[in-house]
Write a new protein. Structure first.
Lengths: 441, 693
């Protein structure tokens, strides 16, 4: 079988790390295939509000990079595409990918959104943490790249309204998954992270309390494109007057199998506290913490600013949360400052600073080693932080462990340097005897 | 006029084409629209002459936002675009690409900063909105007068300079070289390896630092594309990205490569000086190697301490030359990587007893002490076996103005040094493992074991019975002399917040200060390269997310701890990212410079030469004699590649004969007029700060 696409490097994952790695490779003149399983690139980052420590709106950083990826002459973008397997091919690789059906003819669609406006189906919007609603056929979010709708076949009534309104007859309900092969000299894994599930900790309500939410949900509440346009608590739409952050609510916790620090939660909680001080100037904000880990460039000053702004920092690990009949959550905590005492404090809204866990097990597609924490193993962690156990396969961003955006972007640049050097080495070496046929025989 | 004076002017399709301006006001996801009424701004601007389209968007820089602009250009035949958004440093280039995609010359685009200059610095919505209207009107006024320009394309030298032979510099040099580019790696010391060579085992791999470093060193020192210059400093930089003409000054080593009598020559040297590699805990000779197995193995003469006694020459006349001199090396490089590293914070005399008591040492000093300690023997400090060691975190980091004494420059180190928590715990674990009877007390504010494998060090320290005590930065621990009859020489007083402010006194035989990182003193280099420092004194990147390893000077990039505290892993990642940037910049052999350069109008120039006198850039403006209509005249001539576009020449020209392309005096005047113009239907009366109500 001849591959459908031959590139120098394939980047798996179109979040900030994957996009940056692809751009850094493409800017050096290499041909790159960027494969993203969602319908738009942008990753977790595009759903955030503002980002620390500069407090730029997240779109200001992400969307131009998304646009640059889409328009770069050396990048071929495959969205809504799963990598199903990677095989070694000499010193390079061949990847099997499945392009999922959007039920849209991409060559015809103009992105006019008439289909979306006509669709009668509303269901919870996964992009908005299921708080807002979204149509059965839609462009995933306003700044999505590509600006191409996707029809959610699970939620489709097959009523045909979209077919009727589409001015260019681009909707095609007969589409089926398409198998393709990509041949690449080098691979960059940038499969990102997920968060510890809300139901993981029964002590914190096991995900059953409506006014105990995760940090990522708060990101959507704070985002200008968010579901309510305001910060409102989910149970009754009330503007919260007292908001608490529970730090390490899914990290540094052996009972969850997440003994490590998730590295980003201190800064995102402090950042959200600052944004909340702007959005709800009268609200009291408390952060319950074990250690404040504001270690990055400008981060400590950011933390001190939050203290000066009146955000309350309470040293103490929250033992449990319970709620009353009005869904007001109360946290129980041993206060480490002042007299020894166990206190219970009621808040209107509690945000759990959930931890980072791997989003994806690369074993599913290739036997590159992962460590006991589930993230990709980097055997030369100090000198070659992007190297995996496989030559030519590199890792970038939070696929290699919890990492913030700044560090992910730098690591993506490093992965691009490694991949480029590997590709150069292949080009200067004698052709490898093993052919594609042999691999798939 | 000579050719080099000319900036190539792209031709527009028809020069007579009427000006059609498209104006876009960005919400910036609330950053602007929370303060500036963007819809009102767009509405007001609609009425200005030449404005064909005036729109708003949640984020103009998104692909969807850019698509609107492209569509408008095509549909309405727009030939000038003005966008009010964030600072131009963020997205001016993004939007230039947008208009270029739609077929317009990218310099027919005008960016107006209404975030940093407006919404972020004002609270009053009406005032901020009016200011946005005025700034945008000025942008439109300038846009009307914009001419198409073309960037200057220059051949790029396929060689980079890497400054610093520590782990970051080595990593960057290797990665640039692997991409087929040449590298000149310079190190001011006689040996490579930097601070990493002074470490023993390193987290998170647990491997010996030298073993990890040696792997990289051997790759660097054997790579055919890398030239290493030791004892070398950068003394001169001219030119610009793609073509920096640099001068290196290399001091003589005194000992020839391959010198065969190293051990005997060192033994013969009668001079003994404190060995800085071991922080003065040991001595070395005036002819020395940095450590066993250092690179290069050829020893070097320490010119500051060598007495020229000639004892080493008695060992071998061959291969030793006691003449201390310099050679200058001129090179052309396309890019410069700054990897000048850090130095450990040096505590003030008396800070936690440092300098007063021999038992108070810094963490880097302890690491050398432990390396020198014989295996199987108890740890001894000041000739006394150590029973209690007290480690103090955040010394020289997370300092608070008003509590901590400032440095010489009047600043305190407000930042976290990032590395010290895990490094301290790593050493605490090593202390407990190597000296099982030794008690370790760890005094901290917050334990910041953030990275992969770091928390394990913390957990392990707890399992190893390291005792943790938490202090408040406003009540710092005190180190005092113990009473005469005490078993330990020192007492450490601390208020422990883990036990509800219990006052504790710990008898200590050793106090270890986990000192933070400060940038190496490189003020000469900062001046030479014209790079910026942040308020933390580390070198400043353009933007931590958009361009994290680039400086504001094109072609000068950062690697490692010159930019801020980083551990080895982070330094290597940054160095590789810097290498990727250099490869992207120089790999094609061409670089582009902005066309914002001075241009002389020869009809107005009378050759007075005032411009050339004020110009701070070498060979940017010269006064040349030329023939005009058979007459010999003197005229100013600009070499665009050397011109920085600063405009000093424009200000002094008595004839208004010189202008900066893209920023002409006519354009400035139009902007000033627009800013000062009456706004029809303005919303508020002007308020003068401090004026009586």
């Amino acid at each position: 079988m001849t591959p459908d696409m031959q590139v120098d490097a394939m980047v798996v994952g179109g979040g900030i790390a994957g996009m940056q790695a692809a751009l850094d490779l493409a800017d050096q003149g290499y041909q790159v295939a960027l494969v993203e399983r969602e319908a738009s690139i942008g990753g977790t980052m595009i759903s955030l509000s503002k980002v620390f420590p500069t407090l730029d709106c997240c779109s200001c950083i992400t969307t131009p990079k998304m646009s640059a990826v889409a328009h770069h002459e050396n990048i071929q973008l495959l969205t809504y595409t799963n990598v199903t397997g990677i095989h070694q091919n000499g010193n390079g690789y061949v990847a099997d990918v499945t392009v999922k059906p959007r039920y849209i003819d991409e060559a015809l669609c103009t992105g006019c959104r008439q289909c979306e406006y006509a669709c009668p189906v509303d269901f919870p919007n996964p992009f908005d943490a299921n708080l807002g609603a979204v149509r059965g056929i839609r462009i995933p979010f306003s700044t999505a790249v590509p600006q191409m709708p996707v029809l959610d076949i699970e939620n489709c009534l097959v009523c045909g309204k979209c077919l009727n309104v589409c001015p260019v007859d681009a909707i095609d309900l007969t589409q089926v998954p398409e198998q393709r092969q990509i041949q690449a000299e080098s691979i960059v894994l940038a499969t990102g992270f997920s968060t510890t599930p809300m139901d993981a900790k029964a002590e914190y309500g096991g995900g059953q309390y409506p006014n105990v939410i995760s940090g990522l949900v708060m990101e959507r509440l704070l985002a200008p494109t968010g579901p309510y346009g305001h910060v409102l608590r989910p149970s009754d739409g009330k503007e919260p007057a007292s908001i608490a952050y529970v730090q390490c609510a899914g990290s540094r916790d052996e009972t969850l199998g997440v003994p490590y620090c998730s590295r980003i939660c201190c800064m995102y909680a402090i950042k959200q506290a600052m944004l909340l001080s702007g959005a709800l100037p009268m609200a009291d904000i408390t952060i319950y913490y074990m250690d404040i880990r504001t270690f990055g460039k400008g981060y400590e000053q950011f933390y001190q600013n939050a203290r000066a702004m009146g955000v309350e920092f309470v040293k103490g690990k929250v033992a449990s949360i319970h709620e009353d009949e009005d869904h007001n959550p109360t946290v129980r905590v041993e206060n480490m400052d002042g007299e020894p005492q166990i206190v219970e404090r009621e808040h209107d809204l509690v945000v759990l600073s959930v931890g980072m866990i791997p989003r994806y097990d690369p074993h599913l597609i290739y036997d590159v080693a992962v460590a006991t924490d589930g993230f990709v193993t980097t055997p030369s962690a100090n000198i070659s932080p992007c190297e995996t156990t496989r030559p030519g396969v590199f890792v970038a961003g939070s696929a290699a462990g919890p990492m913030d955006i700044v560090d992910s972007i730098v690591m993506a640049g490093a992965a691009a340097a490694e991949a480029a050097a590997y590709i150069e080495a292949q080009h200067t070496m004698a052709p490898v005897a093993v052919g594609l046929e042999a691999v798939h025989a | 006029m000579p050719e080099k004076d000319q900036i190539k002017k792209p031709q527009t399709d028809s020069p007579e084409e009427p000006v059609k301006v498209g104006v876009y006001t960005c919400y910036c996801g609330g950053n602007i629209s929370d303060t500036v009424q963007c819809e009102a701004v767009a509405q007001q601007l609609k009425g200005l002459s030449n404005v064909m389209v005036s729109r708003t968007n949640m984020s103009m820089c998104s692909d969807a936002g850019q698509a609107i602009i492209e569509a408008d250009i095509r549909e309405h035949g727009l030939n000038r675009i003005v966008i009010g958004a964030c600072a131009p440093s963020l997205h001016e280039k993004t939007f230039r690409k947008t208009v270029e995609r739609a077929g317009l010359n990218p310099y027919l685009y005008q960016h107006v900063g209404i975030r940093e200059q407006d919404s972020w610095v004002h609270h009053n919505q009406d005032h901020a909105t009016e200011k946005a209207v005025r700034l945008m009107s000025a942008g439109i006024a300038k846009a009307r007068l914009l001419d198409p320009l073309a960037p200057i394309e220059l051949r790029a030298e396929k060689q980079a300079l890497v400054i610093g032979g520590g782990v970051a510099g080595l990593r960057a040099a290797y990665d640039i070289a692997r991409r087929g580019l040449k590298v000149a790696l310079i190190e001011k010391e006689p040996f490579l390896g930097g601070r990493m060579a002074q470490l023993e085992t390193v987290f998170p791999t647990g491997r010996p630092a030298r073993e990890e470093l040696d792997g990289l060193l051997s790759r660097v020192t054997t790579h055919p594309n890398i030239s290493i210059y030791l004892q070398t400093e950068l003394v001169e930089v001219k030119g610009y990205v793609g073509d920096f003409q640099i001068m290196l000054r290399q001091r003589s080593r005194g000992v020839a490569e391959g010198f065969a009598h190293t051990k005997a020559a060192i033994a013969a040297c009668p001079v003994e000086v404190p060995d800085e590699f071991n922080f003065g805990r040991t001595t070395r000779k005036a002819i020395y190697q940095r450590y066993d197995g250092c690179y290069p193995s050829t020893p070097a003469i320490d010119w500051e301490h060598c007495t020229r006694c000639g004892e080493c020459l008695k060992v071998s006349e061959q291969g030793i030359n006691l003449e201390d001199n310099y050679v200058d090396v001129a090179l052309q490089v396309g890019a410069i990587v700054v990897a000048t590293g850090f130095r450990p914070y040096e505590p003030r005399h008396g800070e936690f007893g440092y300098g007063e008591f021999a038992e108070v040492v810094t963490l880097p000093e302890l690491i050398r002490l432990m390396a020198l300690q014989e295996e199987g023997q108890p740890l001894t400090v000041n000739n006394r076996p150590v029973r209690n060691a007290v480690l103090v975190h955040c010394v020289g980091s997370r300092q608070i103005d008003g509590i901590h004494e400032p440095q010489d420059d009047g600043l305190v180190n407000e930042y976290c040094s990032r590395v010290c928590c895990t490094a301290t715990l790593h050493v605490a674990n090593e202390l407990r493992t190597r000296f099982p009877t030794l008690n370790v007390f760890d005094l901290y504010e917050d334990i910041r074991t953030y990275g992969r494998g770091h928390e394990e060090e913390y957990r392990h320290a707890g399992e190893q019975m390291v005792r943790f005590l938490r202090f408040d930065p406003e009540e710092m621990p005190e180190v005092v002399a113990a009473p005469e009859d005490d078993t330990s020489p020192l007492l450490v007083r601390v208020t422990d917040h883990l036990t509800w402010e219990e006052q504790l006194e710990i008898p200590a035989d050793l106090v270890v200060l986990a000192v933070g990182m400060m940038p190496n003193p490189i003020s000469d280099l900062i001046e030479l390269l014209k790079v910026a420092q942040g308020t933390d004194r580390f070198l400043l990147e353009v933007h931590p997310k958009l361009r994290p390893v680039e400086t504001a000077v094109p072609g000068v990039v950062l690697a490692g701890t010159a930019q801020g505290p980083m551990n080895i892993q982070e330094s290597c990642a940054a160095a590789e990212a810097a290498a990727a940037k250099v490869a992207g910049l120089l790999g094609q052999g061409l670089v582009e410079l902005e066309p914002f350069k001075a241009l002389v109008n020869p009809d107005r120039c009378d050759g007075s030469g005032e411009c050339a006198q004020v110009c701070a850039y070498e060979d940017a403006i010269t006064i040349e004699t030329m023939l005009v209509d058979g007459h010999e005249v003197r005229r100013a001539v600009v070499t665009p590649a050397n011109c920085a576009g600063c405009g000093a020449c424009v200000a002094v020209c008595p004839n208004r004969a010189i202008d900066i392309q893209g920023w002409t005096l006519d354009q400035y005047e139009a902007m000033v007029d627009a800013i000062a113009a009456d706004i029809p239907g303005r919303m508020v009366e002007p308020v003068l700060e401090g004026a009586p109500a």
